[in-house]
Design a protein around this ligand. Sequence first.
Ligand SMILES: [Zn+2]
Length: 633
Amino acid sequence: MSCKKVYITTPIYYVNDSAHIGHAYTTIIADTIARYSKLLGYDTFLLTGTDEHGQKIEQSAKKKGKSPKEYADEISKTFKDLWDDFGIEYDYFIRTTDDKHKQGVKFAFQKMFEKGDIYKGKYSGNYCVSCESFFTDTQLIDGSGCPDCGKETSIIEEESYFFRLSKYQDRLLEHYKNNPDFILPASKRNEVIAFVESGLKDLSITRTSFDWGIKLPENMNEPKHVMYVWLDALLNYLTALGYGGNGEKMDYWPAKIHIVGKDILRFHAIYWPAFLMSLDLPLPHHIGAHGWWTRDGQKMSKSIGNVVKPREVVEAYGLDTFRYFLLREVPFGQDGDFSEKALINRINGDLGNSLGNLLNRVIGMGGKYFNYKFSSDLSLFQNELEKVDDIVSKLESYIFQMQTHRYLEEIWEILAIGNRTIQSSEPWVKIKSNPDEVEALLVFVSNLLVRVSILLYPVMPNSSKKMAEALGIEISPENYDRFIRNRELLNSFEITKIPALFPKVDKPKMGQAPKREEKREIAEEGLITIDKFFEVKIRVGEILEVEEIPKSKKLYRLQVNLGEERPRQIVAGIKEFYKKEELLNTLVCVVANLKPAKLMGHISEGMLLAVRDSQGLSLIRPEHRREVGSPIS
Ligand SMILES: [Zn+2]
């Protein structure tokens, strides 16, 4: 048996959100590859965990009246509990608030610093608090909106340490070229290469604007700085193995595969290998980026309330069917759509009609005609067996390329051969005239099911164990060797009757996701009703005060009278276009029922209407002076 070591990781999940179908998908792919690897006899280590630092966590905790650690503890536990309940066979659950992790991150920082890859400078940029990312001016939407989440960015200037990412540009490109399957799938690889070719800037890797993060090594004497959350987070793949500590598991490095969502591919395919080069460590074999999930063709969002909660699906339909659906429904790397209808179709079709039916036929006929015991040689089925061997020989490569949909399609081809052979042999007719042939047929089909039960184990561990038990075999690396690698065939079976594995589903079992029919109409026609328009309250206001915000090139802090008890404070990005005196005591139009937001530390309680084109920005104002507070209709 091989002692090859295989290290597989999920991303560590950010503790700002509870688990949704995307988290479950990543984790289940990782678990499937890990189970497969163990079946092959490899010494396998599966890592998952939670990412717990950063400004966003600090702020969310504050809103809930908790310390960041209390808040992180709570959410981290919900992830761990979910994976435990789902039977995910992770070997270690890392938390970035673990002392061991923090120690390892400081060690890495020190090493990169000593190598000359980290230097001190000044950073100024458009920062999105929600995404904890800086964006260039050209990336922003309408001059100030975050390109990822749409929220207002603010300009932050601070002292920062930088990582010399630019130094690694050529080595990265070289690596992508020499290792064509470093980034999977290929379509994503091209995006990354184009990005790196466009030029890499050095990366700001410390912050002084918040506190909830890993401090720099003590000997650097920089108490104000905390590490950029991505540097901290990416290093988890090393610290989990004891890097910077006792290093007890470092022989698992380099990782076989880091599985990530496509939104964080850039961090994993560019920053991470550059950090590793700086640390003189080998790079992972693959970075696999998967797509996103929609529900019933719609983007999932908390405000619509259509987020697919993995627990709800599993409670309604069972864990194995959910795993099967996720891995079968979408080609890896592409976006997938979850709908209850599609799930039910998979259960009744693939699982019930093909797989369940074939097993039931063997159990039914085997019981009725041969009292559950049958034996025969297989000379009658040589052609069919050759076809099956062909399929089996292709399967191993699919899993490590993460082509689970192809892997499952091929397995279903084996089932189709079984069902077709039964259909054409008509055993229910032949049992009188030629019982030996029927007995041989059952031995043949049982052998197919032995292979299928072993091959399906990584995807559907519980159902395939039950199948294997019914057939009288065990699922183990030894049996993988016998029945899959060496294509061994059994000449006799003693089978056991078991209840149907995939009973037919007649009607949906989950609560339906709220459907926004109205919203759909809008999307189709681009029209809204008048009621919809009046949901936005726009009022006329008078600007009473204009103040500059220190360090901000774009923002003014305004006090605007909307005819309410007190003026509203509005932070507006109009400084480049208006002098103070052009604004004082003039009228503006204000969106008055916008949720307050904080911009550069100042609360903003509304938004000014303006128009922007190539000549700049112009406020939208009433043509004639009107009473403050008047609604716009
Ligand atoms: Zn954002």
